[in-house]
Design a protein around this ligand. Sequence first.
Ligand SMILES: [Zn+2]
Length: 251
Amino acid sequence: MVETGLHRLGRGLADIIWPPVCPLTGQAVDRSGHLSAQAWQRLTFLEAPWCDQCGWPFPYPGGVGASLTLCAGCIANPPRYDRARAPLAYDGVASPLVVGFKHGSRRDMIGQFARWMARAGSDCLDGADALVPVPLHWRRLIARRYNQSALLCRALAPLTGLPVWTDLLVRHRPTPSQAGRTARMRRRNMAAAFAVTGPSRTAGRHLVLIDDVMTTGATVTACARQLKRAGAASVRVVALCRVVRETDPTI
Ligand SMILES: [Zn+2]
């Protein structure tokens, strides 16, 4: 995002009138959208070694063997997407950051979110043709006023040099809340909710889906299925957070 002198002046004035505080700890910080040192320590950042496909972090350095690159879940049920990465574990610490961004108007962390995603998702973003936000149904879009995945795309665009194809995927069916559903129910719930608007633009392209939180992967799996049906050469996923299953998928 290009910051003009006017933006900088406005932000400087705002910081004087409302001194910036860390959104997690409430401690004073240098600039709006920055985290305190304590908040950095409390967040769980995900790092390699991780499953080459879904990005689930292996509990042991190097996995359980030098040859292991996929988790048991991906071996048993290969996901429809080619690769997924997320910089942050979605837990009780990260939740207020993401919920504030998703449901509120709080956007001051978006630059930091995009930098985390660009770093963790570099092997998804390299060589890609475009960023594609996971779409919201129009009713939810009106209620929230913005699509948080599209905002993340726009913040990632200048860091990656990739175009954002906001209108490539649409959600033509609203889906009820996924809370409390099993993985199987979520997959069924998601089926046929998405459609590709431009198959000719999709064919042969390497696309990166952008989402805020990846839980079971049902949403991005549904999107990836539709994009691949429309001829996408590859569909990778970069999310801000992911829920890390508690069970060890290497067992
Ligand atoms: Zn995996």
